[in-house]
Design a protein around this ligand. Structure first.
Ligand SMILES: [Ca+2]
Ligand SMILES: [Ca+2]
Ligand SMILES: [Ca+2]
Ligand SMILES: [Ca+2]
Length: 480
């Protein structure tokens, strides 16, 4: 955790030092680029489809939003997909003051500090998994909690449960670092939550909404020591069971880490790893997806650490039948930054890598405007020769790239228009004086495109705006 905190602190300093804040032309809350697609009807519930209309939906977390006068109580905005992609016409706000949601809003709860999607009760409707990293449990400050809000036909229901570490510890921020995956392949997604030294798994169940305190199984990450970096899930060995990807590190001077994979099985996660490799530094972020198109998910790790070994800034570990393969350094010229998501944005059967450099300056040299790099996947791996940059100033992309936007702070992908290509959702929580905004950039035959893109703020949804940092977290889901 130390490393991760350090990264955040460094970023915060950079923001504070980031010269002038652009005078807030509080632009119209919604900007849309004309879509050229013909309207289409989707049918069966899709991955990431909360209301079951066939279109993937998007959740955005605003952990610093003020609720009932409580600063940083936090909220989550769910925006539904349509045949034109994400549009702000249908949406729902969720706070701990919403009917059916456990808990009460309190200052510093940070509800929405993480958001993920999965069908944890297996009813076909995707459910929202929401972290509130600042939640106090009893007298334990900042212990953290996870809330699950269940999807339903026609929209998000009011059924919800919440759980926390049975042994809460102060400032643990349980729920900030989580992933969702079907580790036992029973058609119900499981929830894995990392703490400093363990991964706690809550098994999906058809009656999960009726369970007061869901049972949790703790797993030690391979190489576990003092702390854990972000975790992810994917089917690395292609056996149909989702596997858990972990990063653990020791609290030593070199801060060396271990990338590990615990395999899924009919009994759930197994403790014998199918992948374990040293990292010269502990990784800051990790993503999974099938880059090579062989039916096995590959893993990409960055270390996002400027004085780390340059050749290790970003590396792909291919999935193989035996588990995690040997790491391949990224061969591109551009420093690709922090890994954000792997998703097939051009529909060619290969997951494409999206990375972010949140600190990227705007055209006036003001820091922290933010930029993405999209690296197409191919049979041979990441195709660095076709890598391209994507910002709010890219052709057709709605919005304007400005210092302190922090575009790329969060990145996810979903198929919001159900055309079979993954669309990107990108958080810019610093935009408009930290009200925050989310940009949705559709996939196309040639990858992410400005055509049909949208930029929206909480003002567009009637949700709290002041210093909300809307888009600090974004959650969606694509088919594998
Ligand atoms: Ca939907
Ligand atoms: Ca469900
Ligand atoms: Ca597997
Ligand atoms: Ca692709």
């Amino acid at each position: 955790m130390a490393r991760h905190l350090m990264a955040c602190t460094a970023l915060a300093t950079a923001v504070a030092a980031g010269a002038l804040v652009t005078p807030a032309a509080f632009a119209a809350p919604v900007h849309e680029a004309a879509a050229s697609k013909t309207p289409r009807k989707a049918a069966a519930p899709a991955p990431g489809d909360v209301d079951g209309d066939g279109f993937g939906d998007l959740a955005a977390g605003s952990p610093e939003g003020t609720i009932k006068g409580y600063a940083k109580a936090g909220y989550v905005s769910l925006v539904y997909g349509t045949d034109q992609g994400v549009r702000v016409t249908r949406h729902k706000g969720i706070t701990q003051d919403t009917a059916g949601i456990p808990g009460v809003p309190e200052a510093g709860d940070r509800f929405g500090s993480s958001v993920a999607m999965g069908d944890v009760d297996g009813d076909g409707y995707t459910d929202l998994v929401i972290g509130s990293g600042g939640e106090a449990i009893g007298t334990v400050a900042g212990a953290g909690a996870v809330t699950v809000v269940f999807g339903a036909k026609g929209g998000l229901g009011s059924d919800a449960i919440a759980f926390h570490n049975p042994k809460p510890s102060s400032r643990e921020a349980f729920g900030d670092n989580l992933t969702v995956g079907d580790f036992n392949h029973d058609g119900r997604d499981d929830i894995a939550v990392a703490t400093d030294t363990k991964v706690n798994v809550v098994r999906g169940a058809s009656n999960l909404r009726d369970v007061d305190e869901p049972a949790m199984t703790a797993y030690a990450p391979p190489g576990g020591g003092a702390g854990m970096g972000p975790i992810s899930s994917g089917d690395i060995n292609g056996d149909g069971f989702t596997d858990l990807v972990t990063q653990a590190y020791f609290d030593d001077g070199a801060d060396e880490g271990t990338l590990g994979v615990l395999p899924g099985s009919a009994q759930g996660l197994k403790t014998q790893p199918i992948g374990r490799t040293g990292l010269p530094f502990n990784g800051y972020s990790v993503v999974t997806g099938d880059i090579t198109g062989d039916g096995r998910d590959d893993v990409v790790v960055d270390t996002n650490y400027s004085d780390g070994p340059d050749e290790f800034l970003l590396r792909m570990f291919p999935g193989t039948a035996a588990g995690l393969g040997a790491g391949v350094p990224y061969g591109g010229a551009v420093e690709p930054g922090t890994v954000g998501v792997l998703a097939d944005t051009d529909g060619d059967g290969h997951a494409d890598l999206v990375t972010a450099v949140v600190g990227e300056p705007d055209s006036d040299g003001i820091q922290n405007a933010g930029a993405l790099t999209v690296v197409p996947g191919a049979t041979t791996g990441l195709d660095a020769a076709r890598a391209r940059k994507l910002t709010l100033d890219s052709p057709g992309v709605m919005g304007v790239m400005e210092g302190n936007d922090q575009f790329g702070w969060s990145v996810t992908a979903g198929d919001f228009d159900a055309d079979g290509r993954a669309d990107l959702a990108v958080g810019a929580p610093g935009k408009y004086l930290a009200t925050g905004a989310v940009s949705v950039i559709p996939g196309s035959k040639t990858g992410p495109t400005g055509t049909g893109s949208i930029l929206f703020t909480p003002e567009s949804l009637g949700h709290p705006t002041a210093k909300a940092r809307f888009g600090s977290a974004v959650g969606a889901r694509t088919a594998r």
